[in-house]
Ligand binder design. Structure first.
Ligand code: ZN
Length: 348
């Protein structure tokens, strides 16, 4: 460490749990954050300020006004410009700590790109908003032998657990074996999402802070300090809970090593994405957004374009298309409508 680093991280080095050796480890460490919303922005902010060496942020979405209540890295201007969250987060975090290599990747985390996105990194952090992506991250973590930290928040409630393949229970141990109530409840019924029951910024912030602390322990080489439990809290009720979990000896993922999410069997081409929108997954082809804009401008409304995405309205729908061909269609839950609009406006 040089003098500047010693000064910058002095309060953390003074903390007995980390110390100088722990800080040295942190500066060399790396992590991938999947999803940069309410949880992800808090985790990324804390880790970048703490001086983690490299942070890759993977997010598929763009900033909207309704995000600003809880997604602490974003500003009104980001929403006005419809900047991808990965891009807005990278800009902000580089300004916060230029000593950290922050890389924003505008992409959906999928079975196809999981290995590439995680290659060269030593920890996976959950910033997602759905169990399909979490179970994919869980498969990837176990398959590649990487620790990962599960976290979720909805309403006033949040839950988190650190998963170390071979040492602890994994997410499939909890979700696929009847301990479901522990990981899900309350408020984790299938249809309860932030889009239907709302979420308090404080709930996400509290659980993300615990997630970030666990990440710092792992990255600083302090495994012995990990809490080792499924921790949940309800900031409205003012209650905290932590329960022991145990591995399912017959777990599909961490015992039988059947990676159905990573193998792509569970990944449909069109998926729900929030209360009233669907995502059409990219087909691995690049789109020229400028040309597309010129072609569409005469026939659609409210065309907005930046270097990352093109957004337009075909009442009552709104479509956002990314450069990799992926699209998010708002205003319907119907895959058939999404497929037909995509074919008509973007191409089959
Ligand atoms: Zn398991």
């Amino acid at each position: 460490m040089n003098r500047e680093q010693r000064e910058k991280y002095s309060r953390q080095i003074l903390f007995a749990g980390i110390g100088e050796a722990g800080q040295e480890n942190l500066l060399e460490a790396s992590a991938v954050l999947i999803g940069c919303g309410a949880l992800g922005t808090v985790v990324a902010n804390l880790l970048v300020r703490a001086g983690v060496g490299r942070l890759r942020i993977v997010d598929r979405d763009f900033v909207e006004p309704s995000n600003l209540q809880r997604q602490t890295l974003f500003e009104e201007a980001d929403a006005r410009e419809a900047l991808p969250k990965a891009v807005a987060a990278e800009r902000r975090l580089r300004a916060i700590n230029s000593g950290v290599a922050v890389e924003g990747v505008v992409a959906d985390f999928t079975p196809r790109n999981a290995a590439e996105l995680l290659s060269g990194y030593s920890l996976i952090l959950d910033g997602t908003d759905n169990f399909e992506t979490r179970l994919l991250a869980n498969d990837a973590a176990i398959s590649f032998g990487l620790p990962w930290i599960y976290a979720a928040a909805v309403g006033s409630y949040g839950v988190t657990m650190t998963i170390r393949p071979g040492h602890t229970a994994c997410l499939a141990c909890l979700l696929e074996t009847g301990e479901e109530s522990a990981a899900h409840s309350p408020g984790f019924a299938n249809e309860a999402t932030c889009d239907t029951v709302g979420v308090l910024g404080a709930a996400a912030g509290a659980i993300a802070s615990i997630e970030a602390t666990e990440a710092i322990k792992l990255l600083a080489g302090k495994q012995e300090a990990l809490h080792g439990r499924l921790v949940s809290c309800d900031v409205w009720a003012g209650t905290f809970q932590s329960i022991r979990t145990s591995r399912n000896p017959d777990c599909r993922a961490c015992s039988r090593r059947e990676f159905i999410y990573l193998d792509g069997e569970a990944q449909p081409h069109i998926t729900m994405c929030g209360r009233d929108s669907v995502q059409i997954h990219e087909r691995g082809r690049a789109l020229d957004l400028g040309m597309l804009k010129n072609r569409l401008a005469p026939t659609v409304d409210d065309v907005r374009h930046n270097e990352f995405l093109l957004r337009f309205r075909i009442a009552p729908y709104e479509m956002t298309v990314f450069a990799d061909g992926r699209a998010i269609l708002k205003g319907t839950k119907d895959p058939a409508v999404a497929r037909s609009l995509y074919a008509r406006y973007i191409g089959a």
